[in-house]
Design a protein around this ligand. Structure first.
Ligand SMILES: Nc1ncnc2c1ncn2[C@@H]1O[C@H](COP(=O)(O)OP(=O)(O)OP(=O)(O)O)[C@@H](O)[C@H]1O
Ligand SMILES: [Mg+2]
Length: 338
């Protein structure tokens, strides 16, 4: 019999990460799909589709089927998911894989059900769901089963999912629409306002990743970017400094810190004491922003740690649960059997 690869899946706004049981992360690709609008046929998925964003002719659309922690186009989201699952598992299997998936908080019950159905159609033998903060915490190695407060903030592309957990359950949770995309948008707005120049979202993301910092850097970095001069309408090259990017990101950063603060305010006192003792953990790709952990620590006066391989935490948490059901199975949410 063909060996079946059971998988843990993080269906995110920016990326889809798949962890194969016993193998580790086997797929990590942008959550982008390109399709022909006239015929609704899929042309490319993942990295290939991402390169098409903003570069397609009229009838072709390259888009992210999830946005701001919600499903923007359900059919495209399930087509993309099926493609990635098939790519990770391989198509010719005698028995389908067991899938443990973590979905954005904004996905409603009906959509959850439809995603399960869609995975069954793609050959999954069994689909189960795991709450994202729980998966992120397991993936980050936090001992969430103990009677002890843990705060994890998973910062993705679309949203930040902030949760306090104890005894394997979420005690307080807030999901805010401040992820990496909000930082990119703030950079676009800042450069338009300050330099009368329009840059694209990929350029804004490059600026954020390469020279961006939540706190002013001791040493200035520069990056040259090309955009459109809004006065002349012509292309223009400009040198942007790291301090400018720090300034540009001030507003979403402030909102993010406020959101974590507010979760702490709504957390029972004993659990707050635990969090002040053990610190806050950041996961998600957005947590990789230079200086973010320090900014959280300074602003909230509590230690802050960046999880190892933060962008893979949620998928890893799902995968680790499949690998060790006796330990982590108790933290699973709703179960769907075929
Ligand atoms: N080195 C870096 N510095 C700053 N931001 C980064 C870095 N690397 C990745 N990012 C950002 O991380 C975000 C994507 O993170 P991730 O892949 O965890 O999102 P996601 O899980 O798909 O989204 P969501 O959880 O909101 O559904 C993007 O906004 C990206 O720009
Ligand atoms: Mg995520």
């Amino acid at each position: 019999m063909a060996s079946v690869l059971d998988i843990g899946v993080d269906l995110g706004t920016s990326s889809v990460v798949i962890y194969g049981k016993g193998k580790g992360v086997v797929l990590n690709e942008p959550a982008v799909i390109a399709y022909d609008r006239d015929t609704r046929t899929v042309l490319a998925v993942g990295e290939e589709a991402r390169r098409m964003v903003g570069r397609t002719p009229g009838n072709i659309v390259a888009m992210r089927p999830l946005g701001e922690g919600m499903i923007a186009d359900f059919d495209l989201a399930s087509a993309m998911l099926r493609y990635f699952v098939n790519k990770a598992v391989g198509k010719r299997l005698l028995t389908g894989p067991r899938v443990l998936i973590s979905l954005p908080a904004g996905v409603n019950e009906m959509e959850r059900h439809s995603i399960s159905t869609s995975l069954f159609e793609a050959g999954a033998r069994r689909t189960q769901m795991m709450e994202r903060p729980i998966a992120a915490a397991i993936g980050a190695g936090l001992p969430i089963g103990e009677a002890y407060g843990q705060l994890i903030c998973d910062i993705g592309g679309g949203v930040a999912d902030i949760a306090v957990m104890s005894l394997g359950r979420i005690v307080v949770r807030d999901t805010v629409k401040i992820g990496g995309d909000a930082f990119d948008d703030a950079i676009i707005r800042y450069i338009r306002r300050k330099h009368n120049m329009l840059i694209g979202p990929l350029t804004a993301e490059d600026l954020k990743i390469n020279i961006g910092s939540a706190l002013p850097r001791a040493e200035q970095f520069y990056m040259e970017v090309t955009g459109r001069n809004l006065l002349s309408g012509l292309p223009r090259v400009m040198r942007i400094t790291s301090d400018e990017i720090t300034e540009a990101m001030d507003e979403p950063l402030h909102s993010l810190l406020e959101a974590i603060h507010s979760v702490l305010e709504h957390t029972p006192a004993e659990l707050v004491a635990d969090i002040f003792e053990s610190g806050i953990t950041l996961s998600g790709g957005g947590a990789l922003l230079t200086g973010l952990c320090e900014a959280v620590a300074i602003s909230l006066k509590v230690d802050c740690f960046l999880a190892e391989d933060p962008q893979e935490c949620v998928a890893r948490g799902c995968g680790m649960t499949l690998e060790n059901m006796s330990e982590y199975g108790q933290f699973l949410g709703d179960k769907r059997k075929r």
